[in-house]
Design a protein around this ligand. Structure first.
Ligand code: MG
Length: 262
């Protein structure tokens, strides 16, 4: 028998006997360690657009078919993420982060929704970049729309107010100055999943900040992570969460929070 003819046959059998992952490990380098700044981009900075003046200082009442999540009175619709009870401060119709007590989230879970909320940082706010009135609206407890004072405060573009945090920068910077109320209207479509746990359809979000579209049917690529890439985690309906970020600046406040299921 011609042994030369057998060489390819032996090679073929040999290659099947070795798990492909072992071959792959030897062939390719291991990925390097991710650092937080590897997922932060600063340019282009979203252009500043001055929103129209507020018609009145009072919040506009919720529509008749909305779940009123906070009407200025109490936190009965909320629970703590770290503790069963939501421990943020309610005073003069306003909800203020009680730093260190943890994020709070709605007791009720939602799928697709239209969410309205108003937020402001104190006029006396200090700090810079991410350490200046940092909070967040975390959709289904997974995907953060950033809340931050970006009035004359630069930070990485995909970490600004109205960003899908660490993913998509807002189209513009629509901030009102510290001490004035900012308004978010968020329209969110939940993802669906294949049996293997990957997205069949991605989550999508539209964010209107002070009447200006800053995210327009933006695809969310996965859960919000500080270091590394977004993860895909199968989930069902989820809460609307407000973030206790813990940055050293003064605490951020919220009012007039309501949601309509879609
Ligand atoms: Mg945040």
């Amino acid at each position: 028998m011609n042994t030369k003819k057998l060489i390819p046959v032996f090679f073929l059998l040999f290659s099947f006997a070795i798990p492909q992952t072992l071959l792959a490990q030897g062939e390719f380098p291991k990925p390097g360690t991710m650092k937080p700044d590897m997922s932060e981009f600063w340019l282009p900075q979203p252009p500043v657009v001055t929103p129209g003046a507020v018609p009145c200082e009072e919040p506009i009442p919720a529509p008749s078919d909305a779940d009123v999540l906070f009407d200025g009175k109490d936190l009965s619709q909320w629970r703590g993420v770290k503790t069963e009870e939501a421990r943020w401060h309610v005073s003069n119709g306003v909800l203020t982060v009680n730093k260190g007590t943890g994020s709070i989230e709605t007791k009720k879970h939602y799928r697709d929704f239209q969410l309205h909320l108003e937020w402001k940082v104190p006029e006396t706010i200090t700090g810079s970049s991410q350490a200046r009135g940092n909070s967040g609206v975390i959709l289904q407890g997974k995907y953060e729309v950033q809340v931050l004072d970006n009035y004359l405060n630069k930070t990485y573009a995909n970490g600004q107010a109205g960003s899908v945090y660490k993913q998509t920068a807002p189209r513009i910077n629509a901030m009102r100055r510290p001490g004035e109320w900012n308004v978010y209207d968020i329209i969110y479509t939940a993802p669906t999943f294949r049996e293997d746990g990957t997205y069949r359809t991605y989550p999508y979000v539209t964010v209107i900040h002070n009447g200006l579209v800053v995210q327009y049917h933006t695809r969310i690529n996965g859960t919000t992570v500080y270091t590394g890439f977004p993860n895909v985690e199968p989930h069902g309906d989820g809460p609307i969460r407000l973030q206790d970020h813990g940055d050293p600046s003064e605490a951020i406040s919220f009012r007039n929070i309501w949601v309509r299921e879609l």
